[in-house]
Each structure stands twice: as structure tokens, then as C-alpha cells.
Design a protein around this ligand. Structure first.
Ligand SMILES: C[S@@+](CC[C@H](N)C(=O)[O-])C[C@H]1O[C@@H](n2cnc3c(N)ncnc32)[C@H](O)[C@@H]1O
Length: 273
């Protein structure tokens, strides 16, 4: 996570939590590929109308609110962090939801968890930015991941992405373009555009700290041949030239921005007449 983990309650025992809320956790998701809508429907009930994935769902606030809003759609949350899985499962169980599940897995597992075209929609809210080049492969919005998502998204399915992290947002735009997606909506203040959509935990926290939220909705378009990564992978390269004018620095970038500011100030002082 961004290093913004809420503190764990004193008597939080992960294994015990995972067991208590196991009804909402799917431990063998690959076995359901291609049949999520039928296999997850309540006994004797009709298959779900559609399947939606919330990748990097965290503690599940957005997942649960989305599932409550559309009871005939199955909402699957995916997260690699067991503590988040436990919290999201607890939220689902306590809300009494039959149309939400959480899958403990990585973004790179998505292609083996769903069949081609199985997802009617996907959200990625405030993914961990992993700002350094050497960690770029872990981002949920890398070229590689976006190509894998294409395969499991239905034709015309929308992939919605949100972040407070302007450098990550700029990097992501390069990746969506390379992966052949069309951007059908883009905003640097999406909350102002859509005040009534559910908040994720991070959006709630960051928006109340004054962050503006960058967002886009993309659909897979034409892809001519295998794309070649030509974008810079370090998020420091997506910072603006005027670092002193930056009014909002996303969590995890403060050190980088301070170092770059100092370096640029020293260079400016050296080259001053
Ligand atoms: C900053 S939190 C945001 C959580 C939630 N989406 C929200 O908006 O409140 C990022 C989440 O993504 C998960 N995550 C990051 N990279 C991931 C990956 N490659 N695969 C699965 N989960 C990942 C983290 O465990 C974390 O829960």
C-alpha cells in the first residue's frame, strides 16, 4: 500500500479473520474461470447479469458500495495483501452481500482467473504507484497488465482508473495508448464531475486531505501488432519542471521531490553568473 496502512487493531489475528470471513473469500479462483456468473449465483438463483473486477480493492469499501448498488452484478475484488483480503471479506459478510467476493491474488494472475471476454467492467482505484523503475513491473497499470486485461474484458467493457498521483496518471496514459485502449473519459478532478459515485477508502482519505483525483475510463480498441515499451518507467520522470510550484505531492514522492528540488537549485546556483 502507499505506506498509509491503518494501524491494526490490538487483537487482530490474520488467520483467525481469514477463517471467520472465509465465505466471502475465493481461494481457487482459476477453477471458476469462464463460469463466475453461474457458479457464484445463490443456490437456485439466476446467474449474475455481469461480472465486474475491482483490482487492488484494498479493504473493500468501493467493492461493497458497488455491489450494494447493483445486486444482479457479481463484484469480485482482487488484492495481494492478506490483511486487505481479511478486511474486505469482513465487510462483505457483515453487509450480508451475496454478489461480492474477494480473491487473494496478484494483478498478474487476472488472465488465469477469468476467461476471454468474461469481465463486463473493471476498476483500478488508487493502485500502489511503485515509483521506482525497478519496481515498475508490479504496477497494476503497466503495459503488460493492460494487455492481459484486454483479453478478459468483454467487447466494449470499460476499465476505470483513478489516482491522486499525477506522475502515475501521466505514465498510465502512455501505457493505455501503447496497449491499444481508447480513452473515452479523462479528468483531473473526477469528483467534481461525478459527485455521487462510491468512494474507495483511499479516495475518502486523500480527498479529505485536499487531493484532486485524476481519472480515466478506457475501452480496448485496435491493436496493430505487439507494442514495444518506449515510456520511461521511473515516475520521477513524469514530475513537472517547476517543482517549487507543486502544491500537492502524492504520498511516497516527497523524498524524490525534495532531492530533485535540491539538485535543481544547486545546478541553478552553479550556473548563475
Ligand atoms: C493504495 S491501495 C488502494 C486500495 C483501494 N483500491 C482504495 O482505493 O482504497 C492499493 C491496493 O492495491 C493492492 N495492490 C497493489 N499492487 C497489487 C498487485 N500487483 N496485485 C494485487 N494487488 C495489488 C495493495 O495490496 C493495496 O491493497
Amino acid at each position: 500500500m502507499h505506506g498509509m496502512h491503518a494501524r491494526l487493531p490490538k487483537h487482530f489475528v490474520l488467520e483467525e479473520r481469514l477463517e471467520r470471513y472465509a465465505a466471502a473469500i475465493e481461494l481457487k479462483p482459476a477453477l471458476l474461470a469462464g463460469r463466475w456468473a453461474e457458479a457464484s449465483a445463490p443456490l437456485g438463483g439466476r446467474p449474475f447479469r455481469a461480472v465486474h473486477l475491482d483490482a487492488g480493492c484494498g479493504k473493500g469499501a468501493f467493492l461493497v458500495a458497488s455491489a450494494q448498488a447493483e445486486p444482479d452484478v457479481l463484484f469480485i475484488g482482487l488484492d495481494a495483501e492478506p490483511i486487505c483480503v481479511a478486511y474486505a471479506a469482513q465487510r462483505i459478510v457483515e453487509a450480508g452481500l451475496r454478489n461480492a467476493l474477494i480473491v487473494p491474488a496478484k494483478g498478474s494472475d487476472v488472465a488465469s482467473i477469468f476467461a476471454a471476454g468474461e469481465l463486463a467492467g473493471m476498476t483500478i482505484n488508487f493502485p500502489t504507484p511503485f515509483p521506482r523503475k525497478k519496481e515498475a513491473a508490479k504496477r497494476l497499470v503497466s503495459l503488460e497488465r493492460l494487455l492481459e486485461y484486454r483479453a478478459v474484458l468483454a467487447e466494449d467493457a470499460a476499465l476505470a482508473f483513478k489516482t491522486d498521483h499525477a506522475p502515475l496518471f501521466s505514465f498510465t496514459l502512455t501505457q493505455f495508448a501503447l496497449a491499444g485502449y481508447e480513452i473515452v473519459y479523462r479528468s483531473d478532478d473526477c469528483r467534481a464531475d461525478h459527485p455521487d459515485t462510491p468512494f474507495s477508502e483511499y479516495e475518502e482519505r486523500l480527498a479529505s486531505a485536499g487531493a484532486r483525483i485524476h481519472a480515466l475510463i478506457a475501452r480496448a480498441g485496435e491493436l496493430a501488432g505487439p507494442p514495444i515499451q518506449n515510456a520511461s518507467l521511473s515516475l520521477a520522470d513524469y514530475l513537472p519542471d517547476d517543482l517549487h510550484g507543486l502544491s500537492y505531492i502524492p504520498h511516497g514522492m516527497q523524498g524524490t521531490v525534495a532531492n530533485l528540488r535540491n539538485r535543481r537549485d544547486r545546478e541553478a546556483a552553479r550556473s548563475a553568473p
